[in-house]
Design a protein around this ligand. Structure first.
Ligand code: GAL
Length: 652
């Protein structure tokens, strides 16, 4: 039977020891089985260099384990203590403005700093030696939320020296680097790697290839930082899962590369904060879903992170009530904590863990809800967690199999288009999200594929939006696809060195090898390019296509080709608005025989493992049978109230 369980984040160091046993008992009574602890506790674990105090943590683990809970132990490296920072102040990260980002909150370290890495290895090893074989410790979390508070990039001396070494290894000679970066432009040529600076010091825009290499270097620094801890944990705590908790909408390092060193990927899901802070939806939409969250944004992350560690994934932190960090922090509508938990299970989460057990009455996050109020009384989230615990008990919820549609995803593309957006609105994540949400409206399920290693061959429909440079294997595989591949806009428009390909983009294989993008333009808001026949428009980005003998499937109303190709390869020469994205993907899904629906904005479906999970994010009761969803109900019924969850037998 597949593992489906609940967890919670707990900070024994925040509470009197007399409370621990009672807390543990109540967690277990709620139906919680995993508890994450320790990830910020360095100053309590080692108040002075070498003076480790692990006994309190041992007692906490014993108490939790004694109550039947499984412990996920965090390494405390996101919060180096003051004495350590004072010992080596050059471990602090430096912002793009050149200013040191100092002590007094968290994440005040530089991924490139060798001295800090050695300290992380030391504390990780000490913890893993002491607790690695404890029967209560079932998993480890490395650090906490890499890149949170914009820490993926640091412009420090340590980063500069690491970057120069990395460039030396990559290019071998300054000449090769000069050619790759195009430094003849503006007399930027280098005679030695020691002359190279970080891209933040340039007077105006640095060479985009310089920026992209710095992004690649910085991402790799996070990968090796994480690997250092993962290797130590595996050595001293064999058989335990190594996990990291990723964040939403964070593209500043390659999560596939970090995920390759994890047993389980996890992410921290705060739907209401995300809607307010990031969702590109209209103010009306945001008002409608202010207490529910964007119905597609969590699902996108569930699917994306599932792909980063071979399918095993968790929610490490689930919003339980109002948070403290968004522009506005409303309370979830009754039932939403339960719905979010179920949506994660529908997408294959093994564990959903709430952040946090009890609201802290002190310090930065005192306004952040927990499952308990600061006075230890239940907060509304606790009752919903208990409800889910009751519902999952004894249920067999098979893991999702292969999804209907694949989207090829690529972190370097996000870096490339940040370095050279060409139009303010061109945002890689948003392009992916726009296509994803059209697929959700159609009721289709999605797998993400890492561009570097993607095998698109099992899928009937594959989308490749905004991929800046082709990995050769992917390019070839698309040409041999049995299904349909929708490529573009902007895909294959650069070489890996950030130059326009000699024969012009998109460099597709046969039968679309004659296709050329001859000109691009970015479109300010209100300068959309309508399609012939009036169904939707291009927005943000538009390309002029020389089509060779490829057939034109759709034209803009000025007569220019918008969608060209004959299966298996199709190329889309612009960023589709909501109507166009929906119509286009509906047509393609039908062409390859996928079952499509047209779900209203608040109603969402995930077919998985022979079940159909249905969610009502909206504020009105819906009848599922009116939306093409009928069958035997395992949970819920045809009438689905606001925040309601239903599970139908079979893939409806
Ligand atoms: C996460 C973080 C937690 C806590 C939480 C508040 O980003 O991992 O430690 O700060 O946000 O929502």
């Amino acid at each position: 039977m597949s593992v489906r369980a609940l967890g919670v984040c707990y900070y024994p160091e925040h509470w009197p020891e007399e409370l621990w046993a009672e807390d543990a008992r109540r967690m277990a009574e709620t139906g919680i089985s995993f508890v994450r602890i320790g990830e910020f506790a360095w100053s309590r674990l080692e108040p002075k260099r070498g003076a480790t105090e692990f006994d309190w943590l041992a007692r906490a683990i014993d108490v939790l384990h004694g109550a039947g809970l499984k412990v996920v132990l965090g390494t405390p490296t996101a919060t180096p203590p003051k004495w350590l920072v004072d010992e080596m102040p050059d471990m602090l990260p430096v912002g793009q403005d050149g200013r040191v980002r100092g002590f007094g909150s968290r994440r005040h370290y530089d991924f490139s700093h060798e001295g800090y890495r050695a300290e992380c290895a030391r504390i990780t090893e000490a913890l893993a030696r002491r607790f690695g074989a404890h029967p209560g410790v079932v998993a480890w979390q490395t650090d906490n939320e890499y890149a949170c508070h914009l820490t993926a990039l640091s412009y420090s001396e340590a980063a500069l020296s690491g970057f120069r070494d990395w460039l030396g290894r990559k290019y071998q000679s300054p000449d090769a680097l000069n050619r790759a970066w195009g430094t003849v432009f503006w007399s930027m040529e280098y005679q030695s790697f020691e002359e190279i600076e970080l891209p933040n010091v340039a007077l105006t825009e640095p060479a985009p290839a310089h920026v992209l290499d710095f992004r690649r270097y910085s991402s790799q620094a996070i990968v090796t930082f994480n690997r250092l801890q993962a290797d130590i944990i595996r050595r001293f705590s064999p058989g335990r899962d190594v996990i990291h908790n990723f964040m939403g909408r964070t593209l500043s390092f390659d999560h596939f590369d970090v995920g390759a060193d994890l047993d389980v990927s996890s992410w921290d899901s705060y739907p209401l904060g995300f809607l307010d802070q990031w969702s590109p939806r209209s103010p009306e939409f945001k008002a409608e879903f202010a207490r529910a969250g964007d119905p597609d944004l969590q699902a996108l992350h569930h699917d994306l992170y599932r792909a980063t560690s071979n399918g095993r994934w968790w929610i490490m932190e689930q919003q339980p009530g109002p948070v403290n960090w968004a522009p506005h922090n409303p309370a979830p509508r009754d039932g939403m904590v339960r719905l979010w938990t179920w949506e994660a299970f529908a997408h294959g989460a093994e564990v959903v863990s709430y952040f946090r057990w009890r609201q802290a009455p002190f310090a930065q996050e005192q306004m952040h809800a927990g499952l308990l109020r600061p006075d230890s009384e239940p907060a509304p989230g606790l009752l919903e967690a208990a409800a889910v615990a009751g519902e999952i008990a004894g249920q067999d919820l098979p893991m999702p199999g292969r999804a209907d549609v694949a989207i090829v995803f690529d972190y370097p593309s996000a870096w490339a288009w940040t370095a050279q957006p060409q139009g303010r609105e061109f945002d890689y994540f948003r392009l992916v999200y726009d296509l994803y949400k059209a697929l959700r409206r159609l009721g289709l399920s999605v797998d993400f594929l890492d561009a570097k290693s993607a095998d698109p061959s099992p899928y009937r429909l594959v989308l490749v939006p905004g991929l800046f440079a082709w990995p050769e294997a992917l390019r070839e595989a698309l040409g041999r696809l049995d299904g349909l591949a929708l490529v573009g806009p902007r895909s294959g428009s650069r070489t890996a060195d950030f130059a326009i390909p000699a024969a012009l983009p998109p460099e597709l294989p046969a039968p679309l090898d004659a296709l050329k993008v001859t000109r691009v333009e970015t479109l300010p808001p209100n300068l959309d390019v309508p399609m012939e026949g009036g169904a939707g428009a291009f927005q943000v980005w538009r390309e002029m296509l020389e089509t060779g003998d490829a057939s034109v499937r759709l034209r803009a109303d000025d007569g220019e080709p918008a969608l060209v190709g004959t299966g298996p390869l199709l190329y889309l020469g612009g960023w589709p608005d909501e109507t166009l994205a929906f119509d286009l993907l509906k047509g393609l899904a039908e062409e390859v025989g996928l079952p499509v629906l047209d779900l209203p904005p608040g109603l969402r479906l995930r077919r998985a493992g022979g079940l159909s999970y249905v969610f009502n994010y909206g504020s009105r009761t819906l009848r599922l049978s009116e939306h093409g969803l009928a069958g035997n109900f395992r949970l819920g019924a045809d009438e689905l109230p606001p925040s309601g969850v239903a599970i139908l037998e079979g893939e409806a």
